[in-house]
Design a binder for this molecule. Structure first.
Ligand code: GRE
Length: 338
């Protein structure tokens, strides 16, 4: 399929090359290629995209990124640097690239102000945040965005009419030591990423964020971070037990309604037709967006899988590009009408 749109696509700042190499050494069998791919913005990416029919990519700063920085001033300065850098890098190629804002999430008003600057000044298409913000004197605290103090931030997202991509980050500090240190192979894609994001987004659901901000749009990667698989069970407990025990005070609609109105899932890093069809059954093709998770995954794995997946062509077009065009109100880009 030509003109696909991909939206969980990472870049890193060249000045952090050593850190990038260290991170890549933890999961990549070829860290040098990873370093080259993640620091490149328009050359290698366009070659891959042209070869595999990706017309438009929305770039975001790699995890854990600014969410790993517990000093608020340092986090804010880095977010601004990253946003101005990527805006400059992609400005000659609006037909191929968009960007998500990187945000320091220490302070809701500051995050809202930086998001507004990025959307209004740079034309960014939303924000991508790597789960909780590390905070506290030694980085062991975690800021969640599911309580009322974040309403000012969510209100800004809805006023600007842009979505937020809730991406995972690796567990750190006490949480890492207690839960993951003795089972470190489960950190990342096998388990910890999905566990972190699903806790956070279900916290938003049950603490009423979507009731207070009914037009808020949140994107989850990796085919929904395990939630679609648990949809029936979550719904059963929310509706049949917890609402009778008090959940109705904060969470007015059903989990399926939040998925229909507020949540999107992407195919990033999860290239299974069985799982995709299962998710289409749970959340419908109207809420699923193609993505790769480059350079943690390859264009060839993602695109060859998607292009050859046996799906009806209407659903394939929705997932491959039409839903994203609508969500981001995109104009013409390469092969957008192919
Ligand atoms: C990511 O998306 O950020 C990521 C990592 C490490 C391994 C896999 C992965 O940071 O998808």
């Amino acid at each position: 399929m030509l003109g696909k749109i991909a939206l969980e696509e990472a870049f890193a700042l060249p000045r952090f090359e050593e850190k990038t190499r260290w991170w890549a050494s933890l999961f990549s069998t070829d860290p040098e290629t990873h370093v080259k791919e993640i620091t490149d913005i328009t050359k290698i990416r366009i070659e891959h995209a042209d070869k595999h029919g990706v017309g438009y990519q929305i770039l975001s700063y790699t995890a854990p990124g600014v969410q790993d920085i517990w000093d608020p001033a340092e986090a804010q300065a880095l977010a601004v640097e990253i946003n101005d850098y990527i805006a400059e890098q992609i400005k000659e190629r609006p037909d191929r690239f968009g960007a998500f804002a990187t945000l320091s999430m220490h302070n809701p008003q500051e995050a809202a102000t930086e998001l507004r600057r990025c959307v209004e000044k740079h034309g960014f298409l939303g924000a991508l945040v790597n789960d909780t913000q590390r905070a506290g004197p030694d980085g062991d605290d975690m800021i969640f965005y599911d309580n009322a103090s974040w309403d000012i931030f969510w209100q800004t997202c809805t006023e600007l009419n842009v979505p937020l991509y809730l991406h995972p980050r690796n567990p750190t500090g006490t949480i890492y030591n207690k839960l993951w240190a003795d089972r470190k192979w489960l950190v990342g894609p096998p388990l910890s990423f999905a566990q972190g994001v699903s806790l956070h987004v279900l916290g938003m659901v049950t603490n009423g964020v979507f009731d207070r901000h009914p037009s808020l749009q949140i994107i989850l990667g990796h085919l929904g971070e395990h939630i679609p698989f648990d949809m029936w069970r979550i719904n059963h407990w929310f509706e049949d037990r917890k609402k009778q025990l008090g959940l109705r005070e904060t969470c007015k609609r059903t989990i399926r309604e939040y998925f229909a109105d507020n949540l999107w899932i992407t195919t990033s890093g999860h290239f299974s037709t069985n799982t995709l069809k299962f998710c289409m059954g749970e959340v419908s093709a109207d809420r699923i967006l193609f993505s790769i998770d480059y350079p943690f995954e390859t264009f060839s794995d993602a695109c060859e899988w998607f292009d050859s997946a046996e799906l009806n062509l209407v659903d394939k077009a929705k997932i491959g590009r039409e839903n994203a065009k609508r969500l981001f109100r995109l104009g013409a880009y390469k092969d957008s009408e192919a």
